[in-house]
Write a protein that binds this ligand. Structure first.
Ligand SMILES: [Zn+2]
Length: 239
């Protein structure tokens, strides 16, 4: 057994652990859990947007109501002034026209403010209904999410003995690896899930690049560690 044979066996053990993890990550329950998670995130964002809109519109409604009340008070005042003017003989026609114009202007502003109030109320009713619906949908989804998550935990618990065994096997092999080689392997593994490639038809099985004959011969000799010049994976001659 060469250093590289030991590493190959260790890598195989590592791949066995990864296979269990991948299997757990791709069960129907996990797929459902991921879907529910995105859905819940979406609903949360929607609820936050609705809350923000409701608050902003609520503040606008308060301002509009105050404005409308102010306009109504002013109109009332002008109306009473106008009736006084009507009785006043010294009041000119031009002054009366001016007063009438001012009241008409106020009435237009009141009409416009009242319309804005109605629109704001309609908006708030719709937004509140949407919020309730979002809240109900999210609540239902959360219940399902909790149940599916429990099922995923159960799957994980069931696979735990098998996984622990695989990890123990890998750890045992790891102890026998040359530390410098292990360091190189770990560094390559941070880039590739399969850091060791075999030589197949003079090609690197990792990146499919053709390898120079000298490299192939070196790998076959089993002396020293050879990396693929293209992808950097450690090359192994599998017999
Ligand atoms: Zn390669």
């Amino acid at each position: 057994m060469t250093k590289i044979d030991d590493l190959w066996l260790y890598d195989q053990a590592q791949q066995a652990v990864a296979k269990i993890d991948n299997r757990l990550k791709s069960t129907p329950n996990r797929a459902r859990l991921n879907k529910l998670h995105s859905f819940l995130t979406e609903q949360q964002a929607q609820a936050a947007t609705l809350t923000k809109n409701i608050e902003a519109k609520g503040a606008a409604l308060t301002r509009l109501t105050a404005l409308c009340q102010d306009l109504e008070r002013r109109l009332e005042l002008e109306l009473s002034e106008f009736s006084t003017m009507e009785k006043d003989e010294e009041c000119t026609a031009a002054e009366m026209t001016e007063a009438r114009k001012s009241m008409e202007g106020l009435m237009d502003q009141i009409t416009s403010a009242r319309k804005d109030i109605t629109d704001a109320i309609t908006f708030l009713e719709k937004a509140s209904a949407d919020y309730k619906e979002t809240y109900a949908k999210a609540g239902k989804a959360k219940k399902e999410y909790d149940a599916v998550r429990a099922a995923c935990e159960e799957e994980k618990a069931q696979a735990a003995p098998e996984r622990e065994q695989a990890v123990a096997a890998a750890d045992k092999l790891k102890a026998g690896i040359d530390p410098a080689l292990l360091k190189r392997y770990t560094a390559i593994r941070s880039n590739y899930a399969n850091p060791i490639a075999t030589v197949e038809n003079n090609q690197c099985s990792g990146c499919r690049m053709s390898l120079p004959t000298s490299i192939v011969k070196k790998v076959e000799s089993g002396t020293g560690v050879v990396e693929c010049e293209n992808c950097g994976r450690i090359l192994y001659n599998k017999q």
